[in-house]
Design a protein around this ligand. Structure first.
Ligand code: PHB
Length: 405
């Protein structure tokens, strides 16, 4: 009899818990990105991507809903994003943090979520070791090493580049990017003859003195990493103004320098530019064509998506997967990480997966060239590298091989 009562009690408690867990629930999530200042266009693209996913997939959460609380990180440096994350965690009591364009911002959030155990889905920041800073972080965007190594190898093997100068915006993803490029380029027999720091991410510098220094070294290739946005627009223009193509120097880089939203403004300066990246809006897959169509229907034919927008879109797909796994109960890091380690998604950029070991993205990388077609600049895919992992972590180089928490 006692045993029967005890078992009934267990059944009742279990029923209460399951009923409670499937009650409709609003999930509060924090979204941190630059919404004002020089990088506002990037924050807007990322938010547009996230919102588009939400609009197109309303039914995926059943009766549960999301409240997205947006906070402006303003500058790339870290402290404002950190204060925003602190406020989102302690006052707003968000159950997940997402967004994060600039690496120093994502890095500044890591120690906070290590204390609060708040899950984080990184939609952009690319410095390779960031997920090593917290067991509560996954990244759906890219790592600087994915594009950097591939364009380095491609330049040496297929673009006839024996020597290169590498220019970079002087902050963590820039240093990471040229290390990756050097690894790929010199691994295939090329030689990096100069490395030029070109100011910080907060303000677009005059690139002229940096490119003059590069030109004076007479390299076959100039590899450039700058963050997308206004920096990218200025790079192609300076390259043209200094007649570097005529001097026999080929401009190459990760796709940050041919960001789709900046491309048309670059004019003929961009024609012939070769990049490696995980996305451009001209990818021919059915998923991408549907995505571009939906994006333009939502935001207007003159406001195309780009890789930052796709980061927002795919990031929100990951957030949805985590919330579905919580199914009405609190969204803990344990639930989110379990749902997202090994998570797969048919993204507009191609199939993606979160590496269960590193919590980082595995994705295709495309070598593309800019061409002029019908008066428009387009990116044409020349080569596809499938399911690319992060080499820095695979080889356990420097911080990539360490647990940083
Ligand atoms: C970064 O800060 O990690 C970052 C920002 C913009 C980019 C790429 C990387 O285009």
């Amino acid at each position: 009899m006692k045993k029967f009562v005890a078992m009934s009690l267990v059944a009742v408690v279990f029923t209460i818990i399951t009923v409670k867990a499937t009650e409709a629930r609003e999930y509060k999530i924090g979204f941190i990105g630059p919404m004002s200042g020089g990088a506002a266009q990037l924050g807007q693209q990322m938010k547009r991507g996230a919102k588009l996913y939400m609009k197109l997939h309303k039914d995926q959460l059943g009766k549960h809903t999301i409240k997205m609380i947006v906070r402006d990180s303003k500058r790339p440096g870290g402290p404002i994003a950190k204060a925003a994350a602190q406020e989102l965690i302690t006052r707003e009591k968000v159950e997940l943090i997402t967004g994060l364009i600039f690496s120093p911002n994502a890095m500044s959030v890591a120690p906070l979520v290590n204390k609060s155990k708040t899950p984080v889905v990184i939609m952009n920041a690319g410095t390779t070791f960031i997920p090593n800073m917290s067991p509560h972080m996954v990244r759906v965007s890219f790592t600087m090493w994915q594009a950097g190594v591939i364009i380095g190898e491609h330049a040496a093997s297929n673009l006839n580049c024996k020597t290169a100068v590498a220019g970079y915006t002087n902050y963590p993803p820039g240093k990471d990017s040229i290390n990756a490029f050097r690894h790929g380029f010199e691994g295939k027999g090329g030689k990096v003859v100069d490395e030029i720091p070109m100011g910080g991410p907060g303000k677009v510098p005059d690139f002229t003195p940096f490119f003059q220094r590069a030109k004076s070294k007479k390299p076959n290739c100039l590899y450039v990493f700058v963050p997308a946005g206004n920096h990218a627009a200025a790079v192609a223009k300076t390259y043209q103004a200094l007649a570097m193509r005529k001097a026999g120097i080929r401009l190459i880089g990760p796709g940050d320098i041919t960001q789709d939203t900046q491309l048309q403004g670059m004019g003929s300066a961009a024609v012939g530019l070769v990049t490696a990246h995980h996305y451009h809006m001209f990818l021919k897959s059915a998923e991408n064509q549907a995505f571009v169509k939906a994006w333009k229907a939502e935001y207007g034919a003159n406001n195309p998506p780009d890789f930052v927008g796709v980061g927002g879109y795919d990031g929100m797909a990951a957030v949805y997967a985590a919330i579905r796994a919580a199914n009405g109960s609190k969204l803990t890091s344990a639930i989110a990480m379990k749902a997202l380690k090994g998570w797969k998604f048919e993204s507009p950029r191609g199939p993606i997966m979160i590496d269960p070991e590193t919590r980082d993205i595995i994705q295709n990388i495309y070598i593309s060239i800019v061409r002029k077609k019908g008066g428009m600049l387009v990116q044409e895919t020349q080569k596809t590298f499938k399911a690319v992992k992060d080499k820095c972590k695979e080889l356990k180089l420097g911080k990539c091989g360490k647990k940083l928490y």
